[in-house]
Design a binder for this molecule. Structure first.
Ligand SMILES: C[S@@+](CC[C@H](N)C(=O)[O-])C[C@H]1O[C@@H](n2cnc3c(N)ncnc32)[C@H](O)[C@@H]1O
Length: 314
């Protein structure tokens, strides 16, 4: 497996469902972003850190039979789940690549869209990730990121167990050097990477007690349980009690909750320049050399007959 930075989330039983549940809850807003960007027939798209599905289907449907989507993740199990989903949905233009999002080894300047959701924040090293994304994007192409601001993860009425779990969740990411409030600085980071016409679209969704996403906070804490305990952020008995109390509270029909604010930020690689920001570029490439030997198992989805031709310049 490639060097993943500091990704603290375990692929425990239930993690694939947690990621899919989350993707479904924010699918509408992902679609709005892709439509604003104008992703359409013939586009070559890359989803970095796609997990068990990410936005691959949304990209595949828009790119159509003349387009091509590469879904890349470090985790072979997630990738296999994404491949099965694509096969079941009849998505014939998707290629699956096991690799390192920070050092993909993919052809430079070859995508109309490079996208990453919950990678710059949750896996970390945002500047390196953006640097790699920029170099993979063709002149005039789009780099798009979606990252969270955990400060809006709230329940109403408020509850002490909920507050304790959100505190521990933020701390565990900070312990491994990652930033679950990255949304607050994402616009600035993308602008400083030299991208043009940078757009900013934050959104916030909420859930009632019966909605599957009402369990998002406890489920996410379960997925980082080992790292939480490893760093001694909370005693195991207290953690278990807080999880149980939080689940009881969100099961109350009167309880509602709001999710992390997700900032969608996207910008265009300048047409005139091949390397918009050399600092970002160099950083990403130098780290690449460390892990290049670990790249890359390619797997083309059932036939792999997708065409990458006739692609419009966005
Ligand atoms: C929080 S999940 C987000 C998944 C997906 N983008 C989504 O929005 O549903 C982060 C993903 O990054 C992947 N990942 C972690 N380190 C990685 C790396 N160095 N290169 C590629 N993927 C990585 C994990 O396996 C996981 O699938």
């Amino acid at each position: 497996m490639p060097s993943t930075g500091h990704y603290p989330i375990e692929r425990r039983e239930g993690e694939i469902e947690r990621l899919r549940m989350q993707a479904a809850a924010i699918e509408f807003d992902a679609s709005v972003m892709l439509d604003r960007i104008g992703v359409g027939p013939g586009w070559r798209c890359l989803d970095l850190g796609c997990g068990p599905g990410g936005i691959v289907e949304l990209l595949s449907v828009r790119a159509g039979p003349t387009g091509h989507v590469i879904a890349l993740d470090a985790d072979p199990v997630f990738l296999e789940q994404a491949r099965v989903l694509a096969r079941d949905r009849g998505l014939g233009n998707v290629e699956f690549v096991q690799g390192d999002a920070y050092c993909t080894g993919l052809a430079r300047g070859s995508f109309e869209l490079v996208h990453a959701r919950f990678v710059a924040s949750i896996v970390g090293r945002p500047k390196d990730l953006i640097g790699e994304a920029v170099t993979l994007t063709c002149p005039g192409g789009i780099v798009a990121l979606q990252d969270p601001d955990i400060s809006t993860l709230k329940c109403y009425p408020p509850h002490a167990a909920w507050d304790r779990l959100t505190q521990v969740l933020e701390q565990v990411f900070a312990c491994v050097g990652n930033d679950v409030r990255l949304a607050q600085g994402l616009y600035q980071l993308v602008r400083r990477a030299g991208l043009e016409d940078v757009q900013y679209r934050p959104f916030l969704v909420g859930f009632r007690s019966g909605d599957r996403m009402a369990d998002f906070l406890p489920a996410t804490v379960e997925s980082v349980r080992r790292t939480i305990l490893h760093h001694g952020l909370i005693d195991e008995a207290e953690l278990n009690a807080a999880l149980a109390a939080c689940r009881r509270h969100v099961a109350d029909p009167d309880t509602v909750s709001t999710y992390v604010t997700v900032a969608q930020v996207w910008g265009r690689r300048p047409r005139a320049s091949t390397t918009p920001n050399t600092t970002f570029h160099r950083t990403a490439r130098s780290r690449c050399s460390l892990v290049a030997s670990q790249m890359s198992v390619r797997e083309t989805a059932y036939g792999g007959d997708a065409q990458a031709n006739q692609t419009p310049t966005p």
